[in-house]
Ligand binder design. Structure first.
Ligand code: MRU
Length: 353
């Protein structure tokens, strides 16, 4: 089992089972969902048991590895069934590129096994999934260190959605920067936007920061402009689901609004993500697929409906923040100020994309 990086554990391997902290139930209940293959891992991603770009990628890698183990037991039609597992996972959610990055990586490992027996292939895939898991924690720790230098002592930091330990295999990206700054002795407080409609800020960011004793104040999304205008926010830091080759950022719906406000008030707007989140194959943000979720998540929540029955509603789950609004991109290999196509193409990973 890979060692947990923080007090908050998002996913863990227990024997031949992947255990996922059920993020639909937080903070009211701490429950685990168990997955043993590709179909249940894909369903957990689709249903938001596990969410956040890096955590989705790690889950997909384990989904393939566990499916290969299951299939190796009978060895019948191993190749075609494993192929189907890749398809079911790829169809789970469209925006976070880490999902496709992890599946590509698992496919490369599979290809390298050549004519090996199914059991040997399954072994290699499990080792690869464990590596994806461990590398995510390491990347977050590294980017946390780089990003921490950007935050002054006493900074009041606005974040949107949850880009914390819960969105990754551990430590977090945006909240990883906060954690690393706190570990370095800085007094940092977080202002968490609630993140309508799925409430990742209110339910998840508030919960995981509270669990670690990092000061957090919850606001509704509509309050951030007011606080910025009053000088109560020193920096904004968010995660990303996919960064286009030109530096445009897809992240949780509402991020773009915060970035525009930050620019208007001269507040730095930072994006923290591992290199796996940069999609060099997509030239600009407008080409990133945006997940459209059920309108019922807008007209109500958790069994309560507040909008009139039958009203039309929209639920695009992500938006695009143009690169021009990004003060810096924080990655595990360093900080890219004012990211653009030239700077991103010089980052490691471009050649293998
Ligand atoms: O719909 P979600 O909860 O999966 O969206 C998550 C986000 O938008 C995060 O900010 C992003 O994945 C970065 S997580 C380190």
């Amino acid at each position: 089992m890979t060692e947990a990086a923080t007090a908050v554990e998002t996913l863990r391997l227990a024997g031949d089972t992947l255990e996922l902290l059920d993020q639909r139930r937080l903070p009211l209940a701490v429950e685990w969902v168990r997955c043993n293959g590709a179909a249940d891992s894909a369903e957990a991603i689709r249903a938001m048991v596990v969410r956040g770009a890096p955590a989705i990628g790690v889950t997909a890698a384990y989904g393939i590895a566990l499916e290969a183990q299951r299939l190796a037991a009978s060895a019948e039609e191993f190749g075609s069934r494993l192929e189907a597992a890749f398809a079911v996972l790829a169809a789970s959610r469209p925006t976070a590129v880490n999902l496709f990055w992890a599946l590509d990586r698992m496919r490369r490992v599979w290809n390298e096994t050549g004519a090996a027996a199914p059991a040997a292939v399954a072994e290699r895939l499990l080792a690869a999934a464990k590596a994806v898991h461990a590398e995510d924690v390491a990347a977050n720790r590294a980017l946390g260190e780089h990003g921490a230098a950007l935050l002054p002592d006493g900074a009041r930091v606005l974040t949107h959605c949850n880009a914390g330990a819960l969105a990754t295999a551990g430590h977090g990206t945006a909240l990883g920067v906060v954690r690393s700054a706190v570990a370095a002795g800085k007094r940092i407080s977080v202002i968490a936007g609630e993140t309508r409609p799925f409430l990742q800020g209110a339910r998840l960011t508030a919960w995981e920061l509270q669990a670690e004793g990092i000061p957090v104040t919850l606001i509704t999304d509509s309050m951030s402009g007011h606080l910025m205008a009053r000088g109560e926010i020193d920096a904004v830091i968010v995660g990303a689901d996919r960064v286009a080759a030109n530096g445009d950022v897809a992240n949780k719906i509402g991020t773009y609004m915060v970035a525009v406000l930050a620019r208007n008030h001269g507040i730095p707007f930072y994006v923290a993500c591992p290199l796996a989140t940069i999609d060099h194959a997509v030239a600009e943000g407008s080409a990133i697929p945006i997940e459209e979720r059920a309108p019922e998540e807008v007209t109500g929540f958790g069994g309560t409906q507040w909008a009139p029955a039958g009203v039309a509603a929209r639920h695009p789950a992500f938006d695009i923040t143009p690169a021009a609004l990004v003060t810096a991109l924080v990655t595990e290999v360093g900080v890219v100020t004012h990211p653009d196509a030239r700077k991103l193409s010089a980052l490691p990973g471009k050649a293998s994309s």
